[in-house]
Design a protein around this ligand. Structure first.
Ligand SMILES: *Cc1c(COP(=O)(O)O)cnc(C)c1O
Length: 405
């Protein structure tokens, strides 16, 4: 047994020095227990026990490392955190109960009353609500700017700006922001840049490499990849993450061990899936561009996309999301959606199953008409999260939708 432990137990992280993201996605973060399990173990336990009262005291005092309670730490959650930190190239990751909890924890840990935030207008709808309604309530002001307009970012930054927040590529129009340029704007003011990297995942884009300070994720999307669990994660330096961890262990929106375990399994196929999603979506974007009933296709892989060159430089693939405008309005868009027979009509994304959404009446339905117009969310816009079904079947299904208009 001891020989086996020596040979196989507690694989030190240094064994993975210099390996590629594909290997990290499969190997990072798994510290084997004495059972020498091959697959990552699941620890569905709320608390942990001690050999003696003195050991309990030492754990609570922080004199001895180890688990205490699963709101603080849990080995399965820790394995997921270590793996995603390795993939993003960050010092430390802290997992959260949802993508929104990741964003909330980042704000609660890093902002205080009187601080100012600059946020891209085209972020996930609920992110807008967190900044615009809840942070505002506690004295944190937010200025919203156009994602791709550098001058607006520069002008919005004030002496009390502490955070810049963006999501690239954007949802649903696939606009791309230059992370390096916006990180420089943030740092000139002593502010932090937070990037929601949900659409690309570290496989296609690593914001920390371009100077971002914090990365947030909804694990619910591509990290899981099969639509099973809700969860999130924050990645950054040890200093920043100590604050985020402090908030989470006190306030409580931590990730459940089961969801962490599902995400660990999801990460193992993430490189493969992201490459396949990118290839499928580009093929579909090109095909859609040729359809007479379609006015415009939004996909950063198309040469006609305004930030095509930037996306090529900043990303290792264009991802699985695309959107398009049909000729007509809501009626035509709905007819197309209802005419499909394979793709799922749902707002979720990042799944191996292709999903189709009408943003104006679902994900962006609560925006005012002015905000919709400013965000480019027209009634004829349709969003597709391109999954991994046979591409010819997807084309045939969308052709069926187009024929129904
Ligand atoms: C879904 C999503 C979120 C929120 O994540 P949840 O896990 O649903 O809380 C945040 N950002 C982006 C870009 C998303 O797509």
């Amino acid at each position: 047994m001891s020989k086996l432990v020596e040979r196989h137990g507690w694989v030190p992280e240094s064994d993975l020095d210099g390996v590629s993201l594909d290997t990290l996605a499969i190997r990072a973060g798994h510290h084997r227990t004495l059972e020498l399990e091959h697959s990552e173990p699941l620890f569905p336990t709320s608390s942990f026990v001690y050999g003696t009262a003195a050991q309990a005291a030492a754990r609570f005092a922080g004199d001895e490392p180890g688990n205490i309670y699963s709101r603080f730490t849990n080995p399965t959650v820790a394995a997921f955190e270590e793996r995603i930190a390795a993939l993003e190239g960050g010092e430390r990751a802290v997992a959260t109960a949802s993508g929104m909890a990741a964003i909330l924890a980042t704000c609660m840990a890093l902002l205080k009353s009187g601080d100012h935030v600059v946020c891209s207008r085209s972020v996930f709808g609920t992110t807008n609500v967190v900044f615009g309604r809840y942070m505002e309530k506690f004295g944190v002001r937010t200025t919203f700017v156009d994602l791709t307009d550098q001058a607006q970012w520069e002008q919005a930054v004030m002496p009390d700006t502490r955070m810049l927040f963006l999501e690239t590529p954007s949802n649903p129009l696939c606009e791309v922001a230059d992370i390096q340029v916006i990180a420089e704007i943030a740092h000139r003011q002593g502010a932090l840049l937070v990037v929601d990297n949900c659409f690309c995942t570290p496989i296609l884009q690593r914001p920390l490499d371009f100077g971002a300070d914090v990365v947030v994720h909804s694990g619910t999307k591509y990290i899981d990849g099969q639509g099973r669990c809700v969860g999130g994660v924050v990645v950054g330096s040890n200093t920043v993450m100590q604050e985020v961890f402090g908030f989470l262990r006190s306030a409580g929106p931590t990730l459940s061990p089961f969801n962490a375990w599902v995400f660990l399994k999801g990460l193992e196929t993430l490189p493969l899936r992201m490459r396949a999603h990118s290839e499928q979506s580009l093929t579909l974007a090109r095909w859609l561009s040729e359809q007479p009933a379609i006015e415009t296709v939004f996909h950063a892989g198309l040469e006609t996309h305004p930030q095509h060159a930037l996306a090529k430089r900043q990303q290792k693939g264009f991802g699985g999301m695309l959107s398009f405008k049909v000729r007509g309005g809501r009626e035509e868009a709905w007819k197309l959606i209802d005419g499909t027979r394979i793709v799922s009509i749902t707002a979720n994304l990042g799944d191996v199953k292709t999903t189709i959404t009408h943003p104006a009446t679902t994900t962006h339905g609560r925006l005012s008409p002015e905000d919709k117009a400013r965000a480019g969310i027209t009634e004829n816009l349709v969003r597709v999260s391109v999954g991994l079904e046979d591409i010819e079947d997807l084309k045939a299904d969308l052709a069926r939708g187009l024929a129904a208009i």
